[in-house]
Design a protein around this ligand. Structure first.
Ligand SMILES: NC(=O)c1ccc[n+]([C@@H]2O[C@H](COP(=O)([O-])OP(=O)(O)OC[C@H]3O[C@@H](n4cnc5c(N)ncnc54)[C@H](OP(=O)(O)O)[C@@H]3O)[C@@H](O)[C@H]2O)c1
Length: 300
């Protein structure tokens, strides 16, 4: 039986991935700052900011999935920016250094990244081959991906997943988009033409398991094959929830005023395709936004 150690396993993606791996016969451990012992999960502790890591975690692990990082869904104050960047770089350096010191080899290492890597690119269709764009998230993910390369000394199979907007009912962007629509206060954002590259949480976790099982290497865009504009997605969401959309769009300057630079999460446009995953033979279960919404919102 393979032992899979997940950093940030207690988060939105990590919890779903944990269940999926366990259902497929893997043993799962978490490397967490604070999680309590959880049923069926071996919990190890670390404090990346203090350079502390329980070496028993690395001894236990056969493979590693590195998701941990401070959330970007908060106002990007100076201190938040530092936490967002440093949490990712410090944790990755710590893993790489301890693995190197122990001489431990892992079957596979899969690291999260984000499509924020591509920046705001309204005119382009983006694949893994495109270079990074501009802006805070592009800077963070570029630095994070460069640091994850250090982990290549511990494995022959290092992969990175540039994750898009994860659609889940348990958290993330979708519940935040659903609330105003449910209250009849839904509206598209900015000019509504910005591309949103999304993926259901199930397909994203299936992609992680696929990469793990096939011991794939390289970069994979963790997005579905059909990005959608913000306006079309908002309309589909309202239709699926049987709610009217009657408000005009929320103007971009209002969002910038309310949210500061973090409004880039809502207004930046990135039309990203999962070229590498499709080439590797990955089969998306929810390939269109309508299928994804019907699946996710089936119970109301
Ligand atoms: N959800 C999305 O739409 C999306 C999109 C693109 C990229 N991603 C990336 O995918 C990864 C997982 O996403 P997620 O949605 O599951 O995130 P999440 O729910 O915020 O969970 C992230 C986990 O990372 C750990 N963490 C948080 N702050 C930390 C810090 N300052 N230092 C060290 N560890 C910290 C926490 O685990 P402990 O408390 O147990 O330590 C937390 O449970 C993140 O790196 C995220 O940026 C997510």
């Amino acid at each position: 039986m393979t032992n899979v150690l997940i950093t940030g396993g207690s988060g939105l993606i990590g919890r779903r991935l944990t269940t999926m791996l366990q259902q497929q016969g893997y043993r799962v451990g978490w490397l967490s700052r604070q999680a309590a012992t959880t049923d069926g999960v071996r919990v190890f502790h670390w404090q990346p900011a203090a350079g502390q890591l329980d070496d028993a975690a690395l001894l236990w692990a056969d493979s590693l999935i590195h998701l941990a990082g401070e959330t970007v869904a908060q106002r990007w104050s100076k201190s938040a920016r530092q936490r967002i960047l440093h949490s990712r770089l410090q944790s990755t350096h710590l893993l790489a250094d301890r693995l190197a010191a122990s001489g431990k080899r892992l079957q596979s290492v899969i690291c999260a990244s984000a499509i924020g890597f591509y920046g705001h690119r309204p005119q382009e269709v983006l694949t893994e081959e495109n270079p990074p764009g501009q802006g805070f998230l592009a800077e963070v993910t570029t630095a994070w991906e460069a640091t994850t390369n250090k982990l290549a000394t511990a494995t022959d199979h290092l992969a990175k997943v540039r994750i898009g907007v994860v659609l889940a009912t348990a958290g993330g962007a979708l519940p935040r988009m659903m609330t105003p629509v449910k209250w009849g206060l839904g509206a598209s954002l900015g000019n509504g033409r910005q591309w949103m590259s999304w993926i259901t949480i199930d397909d994203l976790c299936r992609l992680f398991v696929f990469i793990l099982q096939k011991r794939l290497t390289g970069v994979y865009n963790g997005v579905a094959p059909t990005p959608v504009t913000n306006r079309d997605f908002t309309r589909m969401l309202a239709r699926t929830l049987h709610r009217p959309l009657w408000l005009p769009a929320v103007p971009a300057p209002v969002l910038r005023l309310l949210l500061g630079e973090m409004s880039a999460l809502l207004l930046d446009s990135a039309r990203v395709l999962p070229k590498a995953a499709l080439t590797a033979g990955f089969d998306f279960r929810y390939a269109t936004p309508q299928a994804a919404l019907e699946h996710l919102l089936a119970d109301g």
